[in-house]
Design a protein around this ligand. Structure first.
Ligand code: GLU
Length: 476
């Protein structure tokens, strides 16, 4: 079906879901069960601030409980509404299924502009919101585990964890009630960077398949690819940083709310980040040219476009003019269903949100497991692994010397080989494996079924089939 007017985010998710299930053979009842959102709780609570009572509206939506706990972030933004939270919760269900994190899907939101309040006030508001959710088991290590999303981060997660602990003083697993916490409050190394890291691993995996790279009318590896990034928040910044520093990509433009900064030779991402942290804006950055009209920069010629800001930024108004042959959706829902049609017809390859930004929830899964096992990953094995490597290196050196080779293993090799894996290395390895495996499952369907002509439909098919299987096993 061709869409002539843009659909809302929620409608877009429905359309994409419908396109996928039309290619499946699910009983109508089961299809409907997977489609609907199980429950959405709306809360309005008052907090006394600045001498008067302010009322806030918040949501926690549970899309599917085929696995528990359910999982998904809490967003702080004035634009938060029930439809948006429900669409995001549905995406969480499919995202978790696709990357095999054993959770159902959920999402939360609070209608608030976090910039309007100071830290103490935000703590009071967050604790009160958390209190309302905790007392209804909408935050709980075994039932519903929130995480950061737009407008929230480690700080808010630490307040939520502490609030839960105060209300459940004898729960030994209390820390597992929320993920994305600071390390000293039970967090895990590599969670802050996880979504950006996931984007990097997803692109690396994409470029391991020349057939897929050809479909995007590109060639070769990630080396020197030109990238435009929209949104320089946690996800956009980390993706830009890793891709430029470790894969030799050129970030030729970064688009933010108030404009864009361009440099065809590649922006210095750390310098831009330092500038933005200091001034609150990308304006006046000396390492590039500033342009007020950010939306036209989205249409700039580049190899890879990374929308990492809000939903619907690529829509029917600009889809025809998007110049990138490859789009990787770091944000949730950045391409509307109508724009998706246009881009698909033009042969643009889109690596869909459900897969591309799943790095966050994947590392959240590791954090939850760490909290339940009460021990840091690698703590038991690391030194033992190092000792065994040491034995091997010593023995090799001895054999080489005895056989008169007159050469020794290089210091560089020894240093790299002898180091046992700590938590961060293990987290990265687990994330890399999850991203590679999920991509392979998607592409298998993409290439093997004639009726599947894009990665998004393939992603939905893999995910919906897993959710369906889980319901069938339960006897539904
Ligand atoms: N808010 C993130 C997302 O949309 C992370 C969710 C999580 O870690 O549970 O995927």
């Amino acid at each position: 079906m061709k869409h002539t007017t843009d659909l809302s985010f929620r409608e877009s998710v429905e359309v994409m879901f419908n396109r996928a299930v039309s290619l499946m053979d699910l009983p109508a009842g089961l299809e409907e069960k997977i489609r609907v959102c199980n429950a959405t709780y709306t809360v309005r609570f008052g907090v006394r601030l600045r001498g008067e009572i302010h009322t806030f509206t918040g949501y926690r939506s549970v899309h599917s409980e085929h696995m528990e706990p359910v999982k998904g972030g809490i967003r702080y933004a004035l634009s938060v509404n029930q439809d948006e939270v429900e669409a995001l919760a549905a995406l969480m269900t499919f995202k978790c299924a696709l990357v095999e994190t054993p959770f159902g899907g959920s999402k939360g939101g609070l209608c608030i502009d976090p910039k309007e309040w100071d830290e103490e006030e935000l703590e009071q508001i967050t604790r009160r919101f958390a209190y309302e959710l905790i007392k209804r088991d909408l935050i709980s290590p075994s039932q519903n585990v929130p995480a950061p999303d737009m407008g929230t981060g480690e700080r808010e997660m630490a307040w939520i964890a502490d609030q839960y602990q105060r209300m459940n003083t004898t729960d030994i697993n209390a820390k597992a009630c929320v993920t994305g916490k600071p390390i000293n409050a039970g967090g895990i190394s590599g969670r802050v960077e996880a979504t950006g890291r996931g984007i990097q691993y997803a692109l690396r995996e994409f470029f391991r398949h020349p057939e897929d790279v050809n479909l995007a009318k590109l060639s070769g590896s990630l080396d020197r690819k030109n990238i435009v990034i929209q949104g320089f928040g946690n996800v956009g910044y980390h993706a830009a940083k890793f891709l430029s520093q470790e894969d030799n990509c050129k970030i030729i433009a970064v688009i933010e709310r108030d404009g864009a900064v361009i440099n065809q030779d590649g922006l210095d991402i750390e310098a831009l980040y330092a500038h933005m942290s200091k001034t609150g804006s990308i304006k006046k950055f000396s390492g590039g040219t500033f342009q007020t009209n950010g939306s036209s920069v989205l249409e700039m010629k580049c190899d890879i476009l990374i929308p990492a800001a809000i939903e619907g930024s690529i829509n029917l108004l600009n889809a025809e003019r998007i110049n990138a042959p490859l789009i990787i959706e770091a944000a949730n829902g950045p391409v509307t269903a109508g724009a998706d049609d246009v881009l698909r017809n033009r042969g643009t390859v889109i690596i869909p949100d459900m897969y591309a930004n799943a790095g966050g929830v994947t590392v959240s899964y590791f954090e939850w497991v760490k909290n339940l096992s009460h021990i840091r990953f690698g703590r038991m094995q690391r030194r033992q692994e190092e000792a065994r490597h040491h034995l091997l290196v010593e023995e090799l050196n001895r054999v080489m010397e005895a056989s008169g080779l007159g050469t020794k293993l290089s210091d560089k090799f020894k240093e790299a080989y002898l180091r046992g894996a700590g938590e961060l290395e293990l987290v990265r390895s687990g994330l890399d494996d999850s991203m590679r495996t999920a991509y392979q499952h998607m592409r298998e369907l993409w290439h093997s079924r004639k009726d599947v002509d894009d990665l998004r439909t393939a992603a939905y098919l893999v995910a919906i089939e897993r959710v369906a299987e889980s319901y069938r096993t339960k006897g539904l």
